[in-house]
Design a protein around this ligand. Sequence first.
Ligand code: HEC
Ligand code: HEC
Ligand code: HEC
Ligand code: HEC
Length: 226
Amino acid sequence: MKSLALNLKLYLAGAVLTISGLTAGQVWAETITGSAHDFSGRTYTGGQICVTCHTPHRSDVSVTDAPLWNHENTVEVYTVYDSPSLDATVSQPGGASKLCLSCHDGSIAVDSFGGTQSAGNTEFLIGPKAVGADGLNNDHPISFTYDSTLASTDGALFDPSVKTVTIGSGAKTKTGTIAEVMLSNGNLQCSSCHDVHNNFTYAQTGSRLLKVTDAGSAICLTCHDK
Ligand code: HEC
Ligand code: HEC
Ligand code: HEC
Ligand code: HEC
């Protein structure tokens, strides 16, 4: 309990630093700068943005398809989503989802990066932002193949290789099939709904990094033919 309180205090201290690091009129649109994933205001990044997650050299290749990864990875084993009507075969999180959960399950510190993880071990996600902390059985399923076969088995899903969608807003938009702009190697991951870099998000502020708006549940109706 004591360490939880300490983590919370340090985490909040970090958050305050970021907020005070913003200047009036700072651009939030279509860029990671100033977004929830801009940790350049924290002392442990030395003013850098990408370093918490990426490195140009000697990256961690233990997660398949990890992009020049620099962050310590979670080793949690989760209870995954299941239900009597679920058709998909959901596995333990891999790919981008595993990378997200390496901060968003609350088990690994945001400032645990750089190979030796010597940068620090102080800032842990807690509360609603730690989506994986209480297992994944109460979250939208992730890390499974979403293809034409699944769509026809389910009967009320769009075929991801046929249905087109536009993600983003303003100067940065991308149009393609669900498979092209939302899936990763044919898999549904956290990054299907969220853009970690705040590039292709539906609004300039307050989008919660969502690629498509949730107004009218548009994001849900992108894939679900309900
Ligand atoms: C909070 C962690 C985080 C930060 C900070 C971050 N990235 Fe990423 N990046 C990811 C994750 C996770 C992926 C893989 C998932 C994806 O592509 O959506 C990724 C993928 C990428 C890719 C390959 C896919 C693509 O989007 O083109 C590039 C290039 C990239 N990042 C560049 C950068 C650069 C440059 C910065 C700094 C300006 C940066 N990232 C900051 C987490 C991060
Ligand atoms: C290096 C740690 C780290 C990684 C990796 C990471 N995040 Fe985050 N994420 C954070 C932190 C810290 C916050 C800010 C929490 C806060 O402000 O309370 C955050 C915030 C968010 C938010 C809320 C944004 C908002 O505007 O409210 C979303 C959504 C999110 N992350 C999704 C993702 C997804 C999806 C991935 C993987 C593709 C990912 N994150 C990878 C640390 C990380
Ligand atoms: C099917 C789409 C979808 C997937 C997949 C998805 N999310 Fe989300 N996420 C949303 C929506 C919609 C919201 C906003 C509504 C809400 O907060 O419940 C959200 C909210 C969030 C928030 C902000 C929570 C808050 O209360 O501030 C975080 C953090 C987040 N997601 C992280 C993740 C991570 C990590 C994964 C993968 C383990 C993931 N999401 C997978 C759709 C998705
Ligand atoms: C990128 C595509 C995509 C998006 C966006 C998406 N879903 Fe899904 N969702 C799926 C797929 C594919 C499944 C797996 C369906 C199956 O196998 O039965 C699924 C599963 C589900 C399930 C579980 C179904 C069951 O039988 O247990 C629910 C409920 C659900 N989604 C609701 C939502 C809601 C609500 C949203 C919006 C917040 C949303 N989805 C956004 C693709 C998506």
